[in-house]
Design a protein around this ligand. Structure first.
Ligand code: CTP
Length: 403
């Protein structure tokens, strides 16, 4: 069957940059696959390509001005936002990433992005130094956390004479990504998925706690991907500074005991439980209600074990499909398999920590999936990609079980 985008309504945002000419080819490619394309240009984009070019290619008048009374009367910015089943910004400039990250609504494109709940893909294009700037990196990280898909950029020769990352992905790559997303969009439709994420904090006194280095990014990436694939997604989050992924319901907790209670009260309605949280194994036996004062004496802290949440879920009579994580510094696969068996999990994601650039507090990761009788290593990738690969594996298992 030939792949098609027939019937899909795509809002294509075009920002200022030399790569704007590639957006013409993208418009044509999308139309050839049957998509309806509404182009929105920023003022800067019109310095590179004229609106007339996009109008001819898309078959629709281009929109660029938030304050154009005639255009607003024909299709207002809120209607534009509702028109979109999918939003694509190609090229996405550094300025655009900053506006999106901060939720600005200072021009038509940023306003429509804010007013739309449609999935958003961006294909950044900019000078390599701008791409590497910490401000751009932080803005992109924000967007990825919210479930925005980033396609590219490519590394190579740049129009400004530099060499490095910042070339816009090819239109064919953007189209391939949209087709893949469309295929995956309903893979988990009607499924209910519960995810635990982040660390837990175990209070010692009102000023101090025992915590760990989990950032919650992996669990949040799974929640974003699950919601994007159509699952009804509930995220039980320990203390993290992350935005709630679009489409996910979030319950915030602090301690392992609170997470345990929240998971057990929610899990009954779910077909899958993914335990991505780094739950503290112990908590202080007697947390103090007043701040402990410094003395010259040694201080001993007495700790008692926390409940094992994932094992408790796996022991339920009507258990869902149970997926755990094992973050290990050594003997990764041995420890992971032993946890799989000990906790009676259906699947475990083994993840090497202590290696620079992957694991805790990073955007990238390396996972091996293990199940009773098998294993599969996933290629190292950003956490958002790994989340999708994991959920495709889970979707296949649900289908196999006829659940
Ligand atoms: N887990 C849990 N509740 C706990 C501890 C762990 O649900 N109290 C879950 C984690 O969310 C993860 C899996 O169990 O999915 C493995 O967590 P990990 O901390 O690696 O396992 P532990 O049993 O604590 O083993 P250890 O700390 O000795 O490595």
């Amino acid at each position: 069957m030939t792949e098609t985008l027939k019937g899909s309504r795509i809002l294509l945002g075009v920002c200022g940059g030399i790569a704007a000419y590639k957006a013409c080819e993208l418009t044509r490619g999308l139309r050839e696959l049957g998509a309806e394309v509404q182009v929105l240009m920023t003022v800067a984009a019109q310095q590179f390509v004229t609106p007339m070019t996009f109008q001819a290619l898309s078959g629709r008048p281009v929109r660029s001005d938030l304050w154009d009374p005639l255009a607003e009367a024909a299709m207002g910015h809120i209607e534009l936002a509702r028109f979109a089943e999918h939003m694509v910004i190609a090229p996405a400039s550094a300025d655009c990433l900053a506006r999106l990250a901060h939720g600005l609504a200072s021009d038509l494109l940023s306003t429509v992005c804010l007013a739309s709940a449609a999935p958003l893909s961006i294909a950044p294009a900019m000078n390599q130094q701008m791409w590497r700037h910490p401000a751009t990196k932080a803005n992109l990280a924000q967007l990825l956390q919210r479930g925005v898909r980033c396609i590219g950029p490519e590394t190579g020769a740049q129009a400004c004479g530099d060499h490095g990352p910042g070339r816009m992905a090819e239109p064919s790559q953007i189209i391939a990504d949209l087709l893949a997303q469309r295929a995956q969009a309903r893979v988990l439709a009607g499924r209910r998925i519960l995810i635990s994420a982040g660390p837990t904090y175990e209070d010692i006194d009102p000023a101090r706690f025992i915590g760990n280095r989990s950032s919650g990014r992996m669990g949040f990436a799974i929640a974003a991907a699950a919601a994007a694939m159509g699952a009804e997604t509930t995220l039980i989050a320990g203390p993290v500074a992350l935005a709630t992924p679009a489409g996910a319901r979030r319950i915030d907790v602090r301690s392992a005991a609170e997470m345990h209670a929240a998971v057990l009260s929610e899990v009954g309605a779910n077909e899958v439980f993914i335990a991505a949280a780094a739950v503290a194994d112990y908590r202080p036996s007697t947390p103090q209600s007043r701040k402990i004062k410094r003395t010259a004496q040694a201080l001993e802290l007495s700790l008692i074990p926390n409940p094992d949440i994932v094992a408790a879920v796996a022991a339920l009579p009507n258990r869902p499909l149970v997926v755990g994580f094992a973050a290990e510094t050594e003997d990764l696969l041995v420890h992971a398999r032993s946890k799989l068996e000990r906790k009676h999990l259906d699947l475990i994601c083994a993840n090497q920590i202590g290696v620079a650039g992957t694991g805790f507090e990073c955007d990238d990761n390396q996972l091996t999936l293990l199940w009773p009788g098998g294993e599969r290593a996933l290629a190292p990738a950003p956490k958002t990609e790994l989340a999708r690969a994991l959920l495709l594996e889970i979707a296949a298992r649900l289908a196999q079980r006829g659940r």
